[in-house]
Ligand binder design. Sequence first.
Ligand code: SF4
Length: 287
Amino acid sequence: MRYEEPVFRPPSEASSLIIQATIGCSHNKCTFCGMYKGKRYRERSVDEIKEDLLMAKDFYGDVKRLFLADGNALAMDTSKLLEIIEFANNLFNLERISMYATPQDLLKKDEEELKMLKDAGLKLLYVGIESGDDEILKEVRKGVTSKQIVEGCRKAIKCGIDLSVTIITGLGGKKKSYDNAKNTAKIINQIEPKYTAALTLMPIPNTVLFKKIEKGEFEPLNPIENLIELKWFVEDVNCETIFRCNHASNYLPLKGNLPHDKNKIIKAIEYAIKNPKVLKPEFLRGL
Ligand code: SF4
């Protein structure tokens, strides 16, 4: 396999075979994100990807899970994705194929395309929705509204594809903390994703957001304010979703099934607010 570094993958894909179908992110404009700033977006050729899959077969033998990187492999033309998936299915006994997708990718694909991908083996899409607040989405240049996020995500779920969505606490800073929590919970309830992962904002040097903080134009939340925002969010989630807050960026690891474990999660947050010594120190946080 040939990789164009850096390669990112969700924590739950640690044991998956990772193949880059695309390089970078086709959007690449979010003000808080530095993941693919050094890469020009492009699709790799199907032949090149097939060669990588053959190399993986030689090296690992059979694999059960395949994750197609980079930032949003779903942006690739559906016929090419189907060809890659079919080739991979013929090489391996795959139980799960997954990839990152932007809400824009979901809006662009029609239901027929998503169903074909699902039938070919695409089981899970990781979608960064970040916030359900339209002012914040505009400010961070996400390129979609909350209504469009719900529309794209619902379409994928209707076609039988599971979604793991990420939200970011602190993305609205001090000014929009309450709105970020409440409006994000609102769209989670509308989407009803199988998994919801909460990340905590970590300003990345050289991003637009970082420069705004330096100029005093954006006030980031402190750890306690982040937990208060997380509590506001959890209070309002009423759909069934497997909730994870155990990313390297989080101050307090939490997990449970919402809404069933809501009280337990809220109590854990309240305990940490009163006992901040249990929080992860800043130097141990990461992305
Ligand atoms: S947050 Fe996602 S969509 Fe936005 S630039 Fe980063 S990888 Fe691309």
